[in-house]
Design a protein around this ligand. Sequence first.
Ligand code: C2O
Ligand code: CU
Length: 499
Amino acid sequence: MSDFRAPTLTRRAFIASAAALSANAMLPLQSIALAAGVREFRLRAGSGRAQIAPEPYGETLVWCYDGKLPGPEIRVRQGERLRIAVENGLEEETTVHWHGVRVPNAMDGVPHLTQPPIAPSETFTYEFDAVDAGTFWYHPHQRSFEQVGRGLYGPLIVEEADPVRVDRDVTWVLSDWRLTKTAEMRNDFGSRHDMMHNGRVGNTVTINGRVPDIFRVRKDERIRLRLINAANARIFALDFGSHEPVVIALDGQPVEPHAPEGGLVVLGPAMRADIMLDMTADAGSQVSVIDRFYEGLEYRLIDLAYEDEPLRDKAPDWPVVLPPNPLPEPDLATAARHEVTFNGGMMGAMVMREMGGSMGDMGRDSSGAMGGMMGGMMGNMSDMMNMMHSGGIWFINGVAAEGHVMDPMLTLARGKSHVIAMTNATAWDHPMHLHGHSFRVISRNGKPTPRREWQDTVLMSPRERVEIAFVADNPGDWMFHCHVLEHQAAGMMGVFRVA
Ligand code: C2O
Ligand code: CU
């Protein structure tokens, strides 16, 4: 990573940035200095008020950056260096993690592991290069289930040197909240029930910190929509109605442009998707965007409201392929293989039985695909006994994390290719995130993925097996955890050491 060189920077079209500002209704973070490619920013974590629910509801007390919800959009160009002073105006310790950005380990924002947490009223300055262009975000890594859940997060956009042409570049930070009838924040963060089930899924969904109503568009306009799921636990599956979104990047990394599977843009917590959206419905019409992830709980997220006048007389035919980022290609032929199994949660024992026979059968070789899946773990009776006797709720290879400082569960030879074969032996969805690297998702349930997408967070369905591959080129101790923040807090976390 340290020898990455910024590609030649070209001048960026003025139109895109001007349009992005008005579209986002979010002011860019003020750039204090721009000298020799270093961009300086300040962020202050503190409490604030936000109009989350529409009027006549009042404002909700939140924790946020710079008094804004979401935090200010940090926007730089690929190859620039960021220097970000984070001031802690909270009454508890915090840190900032730059989710998806391949930073040096000391800048990763993991309390106690990569830095001492930032004490109240103290400041810590992060500094790193924007090696990859793409859609990223930032959030605390200290008590994330509450700090993120109360509103501490913001978008971090790294523009390509030569961005693809669009009419507007728009960021939607998706999140949800658990509000009372009077739009106050419910204080039941980290409840045992949420930890054991699917996390803190809220009752109020927002885009950029507000319950949305309409988003104005014009016929034959092309929008690059950067979707960021900043929710603790909610998974989205967005249906854009008659529109045909084209996915051009996942988790910030370019992907072969494609229509999303089943027409739904699926985003687990922490995941991002950049989509190209051509506004093809009739002028003057209104098309709903529906979230269909939870069966029986579909709801209208927002309406795309067309102005009466089209923007032009036919859809643009500009290219949509993004330039690749400087990621090292893993060599599958020589890669070291590692097995990782997730266990726990409500109904965990039931799933174990279903997947591998009864407890009494566990020593013996089970037949069939499910049995094979469990083979690695079932051989290890002592892991099983530890899990049953520990207070943890979620386990990775039999261990429940209690904090960020732990013995590495895997040590990966630096500069080498690695395949991590992951088995979700639970009854729940888990978005699994690795720090410091992006990885290719190479197979699901034994079938090669058609696009071998680069991700930093991969959503795993109950009982699913997923293989990822990457070159461990970034030295240090890196968190590997579920991004349902209640699962992370209840043990679903480990450390990969790259040495
Ligand atoms: Cu989005 Cu460990 O983080
Ligand atoms: Cu999880």
